[in-house]
Ligand binder design. Structure first.
Ligand code: PLP
Length: 377
């Protein structure tokens, strides 16, 4: 029996060729020709106003926290059911993290629970598009406008996924908030091993984002010939990736449509093959709201309880299939529990206990996974 892992990074075939080209070009530090090609690709394909590759989504989020001047005492609202980087970026700047519960029908944050969490100290909302399924951004942007808050989309999983709001216009995730962070970690649809990107949708941040990303210097303007020397003009860090990473990423981007089509086919096969189990009340399958599209980043099942989840993982493991659970509630983490003063987040805890992710990668044939789950027990 062939082992089926949870993830297997897919190579399009051009990655090493482009890395070779980058090396031969003699410029392999940041912002070389492949980085520029990646920026152009994203700006043209998705209409993002300004894109800057970063070394990770974690770094893009940290840049976002710097850009909106998060200071000790500021409050930032986000789901508790997310990756630590979402909260770390703001905790690093001294913010108080205010955790919001998940939706009943989806692990994303419950948009209707955000408003009561807003205080005069709230500075930003960070919606996470879990599994690449959009949050209800109309609701979130309306709150942001009403209380003058920033919205930073954690679109780590959200590449090539869309949101259609009340205006009927289909907009890519990452284009909706003031800024957004994407990940190209090898577990994501499009990857470069480690990698990320910050998207800026508000022109007020363009200049400062370049400076923060280049160690607090105006080196980017210097290279464009806009200033005759560069120096230390702000705080910052080294957030830009080597052009070798960008070369790898560009090979993936050229195959975006093929990768997405293949992943959607696998996702649909899972859905069709497992739907009857949902109808019998055994599992819940992913829910995609009418305003969201599906980028097939993840296929998950929600079990009825923790024992049922453990049993499901064990059953798959016996058949040499690696299925994995996901986030542990951040408000109950060893780091944040002593600081947490909010209420119970029962939906977050339910997803922590009951959600299991099935193998999902380009080269997967999901037939055996489906068969194992459908075997009468
Ligand atoms: C993957 C992920 C991140 C972190 O991405 P890196 O590129 O590994 O830093 C952050 N948030 C979410 C929701 C993620 O899925």
């Amino acid at each position: 029996m062939e082992h089926i892992g949870f993830n297997k990074p897919y190579l399009t075939g051009k990655e090493t060729e482009y890395i070779h080209q980058a090396v031969l070009s003699g410029k392999i530090s940041g912002d070389g020709s492949f980085t520029k090609r990646c920026h152009r690709f994203f700006e043209e394909r998705f209409g993002f106003k300004k894109c800057l590759l970063t070394t990770s989504c974690t770094d893009a989020l940290e840049m976002a926290a710097l850009l909106i001047d998060i200071k000790p005492g500021d409050e930032v609202i986000m789901p508790s059911y997310t990756f630590v980087s979402t909260s770390n970026a703001f905790a690093l700047r001294g913010a108080k993290i205010v955790f919001c519960d998940s939706r009943k029908d989806h692990p994303g944050m419950d948009e209707d629970l955000i408003e009561p969490l807003i205080t005069p100290r709230t500075k930003a909302i960070v919606p996470v598009h879990y599994a690449g399924i959009a949050c209800d951004m109309d609701k979130i942007m309306a709150l942001a406008a009403k209380y003058s808050l920033y919205v930073i989309e954690d679109a780590a999983q959200g590449i090539d996924s869309y949101y259609t709001g009340a205006d009927g216009v289909k907009k890519p995730l990452g284009s909706l908030g003031h800024m957004a962070a994407f990940s190209f970690h090898e577990t994501k649809n499009i990857m470069s091993g480690e990698g990320g990107m910050i998207v800026l949708n508000d022109e007020r941040f363009f200049d400062r984002a370049e400076i923060i990303r280049e160690k607090g210097t105006n080196r980017s303007r210097f290279f464009r010939g806009e200033v005759d020397k560069y120096g230390w003009v702000d705080i910052g860090s080294s957030f830009l990736p080597s052009d070798i990473i960008a070369a790898f990423l560009y090979a993936q981007l050229e195959n975006l449509d093929d990768i997405q089509q293949k992943r959607r086919k696998i996702w649909d096969a899972y859905y069709e093959g497992l739907k009857h189990l949902e109808d019998k009340g055994i599992f819940k399958l992913p829910f995609v709201p009418a305003y969201a599209s599906n980028n097939a980043h993840m296929f998950y099942l929600v079990c009825n309880n923790l024992a049922h989840r453990d049993e499901t993982i064990r059953l798959l493991k016996e058949n040499d299939i690696n299925a994995v659970f996901h986030y542990l509630s951040l408000h109950k983490s060893p780091y944040y529990t002593p600081k947490y003063d909010g209420g119970e987040l029962s939906e977050t805890d339910r997803y922590s206990d009951c959600l299991v992710r099935l193998p999902m990668y380009y080269e997967l044939d999901p037939t055996r996974v489906i068969d194992v789950l459908c075997k009468p027990r």
